[in-house]
Design a protein around this ligand. Structure first.
Ligand code: CMP
Length: 140
């Protein structure tokens, strides 16, 4: 089934000049980039984005990190895009990530893991709507 998912190249990926390498992985996996832009979140915007994690021990740190510099936010589209992109990213903790995944190739630790991807259809709808309006998203 054709799906859309939200991808973020996090501040560590942007500052380490990994934008092209991450996009290469995405396109080589057969996913289409239906929209994309560079943004810099405020701490409050990062807290809103990660509100599902509010109360967890890493919440303050990850929202500091995500608001520390520019990110690339993208809408990806393709067959089973949500699970396909999560597989391509690898485990949250890059030390546990499978060989060849984006996080194994480029991640530093469980927080500075280069990329984010939606984990379900409901989350994808919320996360895409957080950064994009319908007019900004291409249809393939
Ligand atoms: P992401 O997939 O964007 O979802 C939540 C983010 O919080 C995660 O990637 C990491 O960047 C960060 N994080 C830091 N510590 C943890 C942890 N113990 N479990 C999950 N996420 C963590």
């Amino acid at each position: 089934m054709k799906e859309k998912t939200l991808s973020i190249i996090k501040p560590d990926g942007v500052s380490r000049n990994l934008i092209g390498k991450v996009i290469d992985c995405i396109e080589n996996a057969g996913l289409k980039i239906a929209s994309g832009k560079m943004i810099k979140m405020t701490k409050d915007q990062a807290k809103g984005f990660y509100r599902i994690h509010e109360g967890k021990p890493f919440f303050d740190s990850v929202t500091d990190f995500m608001s520390s510099g520019p990110c690339i936010v993208m809408v990806l589209e393709g067959d089973s895009a949500i699970s396909k992109y999560r597989e391509l990213m690898g485990s949250t903790d890059c030390k546990q990530a499978a060989e060849g995944t984006i996080r194994k190739l480029y991640g530093t630790d469980i927080e500075k893991n280069v990329v984010h991807g939606s984990d379900s259809q409901d989350t994808a709808a919320f996360e895409i709507g957080y950064f994009f309006n319908g007019l900004e998203i291409m249809a393939f």
